[in-house]
Design a protein around this ligand. Structure first.
Ligand code: NAD
Ligand code: UGA
Length: 463
């Protein structure tokens, strides 16, 4: 079977970049990305590709090349499903906010809606690909919906989790460490797996394309995120011990990372990991383990989240304590609001929680982020429902310029590791601040000695 038409449901941080790269690398495949969100689709179709809704280095160029040729963004979900041989499901799978499993389990309502819509529309056999991150054994539920509500056509369900990280999505997609495809070991299942392998083989070498059973593939994705997040919580746990003992966490990370069994990546101590996936996927893993009665397994992984929450709180506490135990009516400037550099995504960003703590202490927060609007910042804070929308409005001031944001501040806190922050004239920033001037580096991107020689009272993470 040769694939010539692909549909992707969900034009978000995964669907958009993933399909743009497939379209660029497979000019003979027509790729249509659909979404219910009309504004999002409108933004993907903006004539100026610099205005597409997702900021990722290199993405606008790829969209400019493929859009209108074999890459299309549309709200016509049913038409795209009907025409495609392969349907990728890339919709969001957030943590449930209601009912059984509230606060832990993945909310699969969007997935179920997709399955029902595919079943309703499909008049020919189709391959349905789980691209979203899903609890292990979700394919079973999708298959049941498809088989029981469909028009008698055959569906093959594949699991093809996405491992891209935001901020490096394009390079991750162009040079993946591996592509994982899980499917049934029946002849039809194998045919479907091979068809998808052939798509990726247009630019990924076949020895990097791994095929497994569906359950291994689904669980591997949750496991990968749990292992990655666990490294951050492990080094963050050490960061507090470093602060107490005179060790320096960057030196410790370097020393352990040179052990090839440990490896050097993902050992940066920070104010805590953010993003839409680590927390939600680990909570989901914990929920799954609990639902099988595996209490110790659940507790083991839950500790990764407990440590991360503690690290964010520890950072805001440190700011309050260092500023003589009160930040009431003080101006604290945040540099960065996104959960990491090179993205406009703020979901679960540590900045939100640190700001929330400081506003509770009646501080005023001035924020500069190169890619995040004030509306988004306020939405993030309002979502927590800690206080009224008006109160958040009066406590958060956004700036278009970092130097303006820092003027008259009692303290500057770095929440995102944007490269441009290291290139600032920190003497000028110091001169414009209230004295003594405090600098809290939640990402350890500045040189502590240099900052201290300027006059800052400098506090990094883990030294
Ligand atoms: P997102 O919220 O950015 O995008 C999801 C999109 O799906 C939204 O635009 C939404 O409007 C759309 N949608 C929801 N239901 C729909 C429906 N029934 N029909 C049409 N459109 C619908 O989410 P995301 O960050 O792209 O994540 C999607 C999935 O990929 C999640 O399961 C996530 O865990 C996983 N994932 C995300 C990343 C990442 O870095 N963001 C990486 C790997 C995997
Ligand atoms: C993560 C994984 O890295 C991807 O492989 C996965 O596909 C994705 O989740 C997903 O499933 O959504 P992402 O959350 O986009 O990607 O970004 P990361 O680079 O993993 O960063 C996550 C958070 O950890 C950020 O807040 C980052 O600043 C923080 N981090 C990362 C650290 O604090 N220290 C580190 O050493 C690395």
């Amino acid at each position: 079977m040769k694939i010539t038409k692909i549909c992707c449901i969900g034009a978000g941080y995964v669907g958009g970049p993933t399909m743009a790269v497939i379209a660029q690398k497979c000019p003979n495949i027509q790729v249509t990305v659909v979404d219910l969100n009309e504004q999002r689709i409108k933004d993907w179709n903006d004539p100026d590709t610099n205005n597409i809704p997702i900021y990722e280095p290199g993405l606008s160029e790829i969209v400019a090349e493929a859009r209108g040729r074999n890459l299309f963004f549309s709200t016509e979900v049913e038409k795209a499903i009907d025409e495609a041989q392969v349907i990728f499901i890339s919709v969001n799978t957030p943590t449930k906010t209601y009912g059984k499993g509230k606060g832990m389990a993945a909310d699969l309502k969007y997935i179920e809606l997709c399955a029902r819509q595919i079943a309703k529309v499909a008049k020919e056999n189709k391959i349905v690909v789980e691209k979203s991150t899903l609890p292990v054994r979700t394919a079973e539920a999708i298959k049941s919906i498809l088989d029981n509500t469909g028009n008698g056509v055959q569906f093959q369900i594949l699991s093809n989790p996405e491992f891209l990280a935001e901020g490096t999505a394009v390079t991750d997609l162009l040079n993946p460490d591996r592509i994982l495809i899980g499917g049934d070991s029946t002849p039809e299942g194998e045919e479907a797996i091979n068809a998808l392998v052939d798509v990726y083989a247009n630019w990924v070498s076949r020895d990097k394309i791994l095929t497994t059973n569906v359950w291994s593939s689904e669980l591997s994705k949750l496991t990968a995120n749990a292992f990655l997040a666990q490294r951050i919580s492990s080094i963050n746990a050490m960061s507090e011990l470093c602060e107490k003992t005179g060790a320096d966490v960057s030196e410790v990370a370097k020393a352990i990372g040179m052990d090839s069994r440990i490896g050097s990546k993902f050992l940066k101590a920070s104010v805590g990991f953010g993003g839409s996936c680590f927390q939600k996927d680990i909570l989901n893993l914990v929920y799954i383990a609990k639902s099988y009665g595996l209490t110790e397994v659940a507790d083991y992984w839950e500790q990764v989240i407990i440590m991360n929450d503690y690290q964010k709180r520890r950072f805001s506490n440190k700011i309050v304590q260092t500023l003589y135990n009160t930040v009431a009516d003080k101006k604290i400037t945040f540099l960065g609001w996104a959960f990491k550099k090179d993205t406009n995504d703020t979901r679960e960003s540590a900045a939100i929680y640190v700001a929330d703590d400081l506003i509770n202490e009646q501080a005023t927060i001035a924020v500069f982020d190169p890619k995040v609007s004030r509306d988004k910042m306020l939405n993030d804070l309002n979502y927590l429902q800690t206080r009224s929308v008006e109160d958040n409005n009066s406590k958060v001031v956004a700036f278009n310029d970092a130097y303006d944001a820092c003027k008259g501040a009692h303290a500057v806190a770095i929440l995102t590791e944007w490269d441009e922050f290291t290139a600032y004239d920190w003497q000028e920033i110091y001169d414009s601040m209230h004295k003594p001037a405090f600098l809290f580096d939640g990402r350890n991107i500045l040189n502590s000695k240099e900052m201290e020689s300027i006059g800052f009272i400098y506090k990094g993470i883990g030294s």
